[in-house]
Ligand binder design. Structure first.
Ligand code: UGA
Length: 415
């Protein structure tokens, strides 16, 4: 099938290359010339396992020009929906993409389907995207179809997740719209749910909000267990045997970060408030998460005075396997350390470049140099941290790196 993908960020790029790998003829459209050039030169603009190899393999073209979508039967909108400080998201890029598609629709022959993949608040596809597309003079349900199909890709495992999804959610304006999208996903070995547009939109937000809730819940249990002298990881293990609970996402620590869980949670909270509902559970999940990272600094203070001490950080990325530092717990931790007058040294195998844009003045060193600090904080559970020699050190662990227990003084954030 001839497919266009608008937006070559995380979701767009993965969607584009994977659909190309499945034999479709894919065109990526992005306003960012650098990204377009990178894709055309087969250079991966993001750090994602397997992406470089797959980019070299597939036939895909990228362009800054919207007229390239003219021949497409299916057009995915995968642009970003950034949020501001108070959590309100901006739908500006979604609206712009829809406007540009509408321009093309005016001159486009034949039926095509536009599918929103960007994470949006419930109602966006019906109340914003469709009206903008209809400004073309073409009618939804007659000249073109519309779907909303959220993506559930974990950073670091995105290609695997795309090719082997746990589920495919097809929010459809009408049956013809959904049928077209199904043509692309048909062979995926996953359960399918065909539903309406706003249900698909909220399934994405509710899924991420639930994962966030699981983490904050376990962190709370961990905070209680620590005071009672109980090992929270043992508790999680015992709970996880119950398949109604499940054993995944029960790792207590310094909380969740990244570009999705915090943003999507805030998006859902914002939408609930807009309609006059106070989402008490969701608000508490977020509040707990804000406080959790700082518990690491509180634990540290019991062992070392922070003023003028050298504190070494192992890990800066929001999780292992990525160079992404967006909403990483490391940000709150470094801010707190600097505020208390500590000198910060940090190591991360991938994320130093991104973190140094936020904190250009802290020292970025090797992991061995981090070990020479007055105290060490473990912030991201990179596998390589399990091979370090912690003997004689003071280690405060935010992610449960077992080897670190050999330290002279060892304390976990909630164990
Ligand atoms: C998340 C979801 O897991 C994906 O399903 C979803 O598609 C994606 O957002 C998205 O909306 O695009 P991701 O942001 O890549 O994926 O990260 P996760 O693997 O979910 O981890 C999020 C954070 O939770 C990390 O900071 C991680 O350290 C933390 N976490 C995770 C815990 O603190 N404890 C756990 O048990 C699991």
């Amino acid at each position: 099938m001839r497919i266009s993908v608008i937006g070559s960020g995380y979701v767009g790029l993965i969607t584009g290359v994977c659909l190309a790998k499945l034999g479709n003829k894919v065109t990526l459209v992005d306003i960012d010339k650098e990204k377009v050039e990178a894709v055309n030169n087969r250079i991966s603009p993001i750090c994602e396992e397997g992406l470089r190899e797959i980019l070299r393999e597939v036939s895909i073209e990228a362009s800054t020009e919207y007229q390239r979508i003219m021949g497409s039967e299916l057009i995915f909108i995968c642009v970003g929906t950034p949020s501001n400080e108070d959590g309100a998201i901006s739908l500006e890029y979604v609206a712009k993409a829809a406007e540009q598609i509408a321009e093309t629709l005016k001159r486009k022959e034949g039926y095509c389907v536009i599918c929103v993949k960007s994470t949006v608040t419930p109602g966006t596809t019906e109340e914003l995207v469709i009206p903008v597309l209809e400004k073309s003079g073409r009618r939804v349900g007659i000249d073109f179809g519309v779907c909303m199909s959220p993506e559930f890709l974990r950073e670091g495992k995105a290609i695997r997740d795309f090719m082997n999804p746990a589920r495919v959610i097809i929010g459809e304006y009408d049956k013809s719209s959904g049928d077209k999208l199904l043509d692309v996903y048909r062979d995926f070995p996953a359960p399918f749910l065909r539903t309406n547009l706003r249900t698909a939109e909220i399934i994405k937000l509710a899924s991420n909000a639930f994962l966030a809730t699981k983490i904050s819940f376990m962190n709370e249990i961990g905070n209680i267990c620590k005071q009672l002298g109980i090992d929270t990881y043992e508790v999680a293990k015992g709970m996880g045997f119950d398949d109604r609970i499940g054993s995944k996402f029960l790792n207590a620590g310094i909380g969740f970060g990244g570009s999705c869980l915090p943003k999507d949670l805030k998006m859902l909270i914002g939408r609930a408030r807009e309609i006059g509902y106070e989402p008490a559970v969701l608000e508490e999940v977020l509040k707990l998460n804000e406080a959790q990272a700082l518990k690491l600094v509180e634990a540290l203070k019991k062992h070392v005075p922070l003023k003028n001490s050298v504190i070494g950080l192992l890990g800066l990325a929001f999780k292992p396997g990525t160079d992404d530092v967006r909403s990483s717990s490391a940000i709150k931790i470094v801010e707190a350390l600097l505020q208390e007058g500590a000198l910060v040294k940090a190591y991360d195998p991938l994320a130093v470049k991104n973190f140094s844009k936020l904190f250009p003045r802290i020292e970025y060193v090797t992991k061995e140099e981090v070990l020479n600090s007055d105290a060490i904080l473990i912030v991201t559970e990179w596998e390589e941290f399990n091979n370090l020699d912690y003997r004689g050190k003071i280690v405060i662990d935010g992610r449960r790196v077992l080897k670190a227990k050999e330290a002279r003084i060892y304390e976990g954030v909630c164990w």
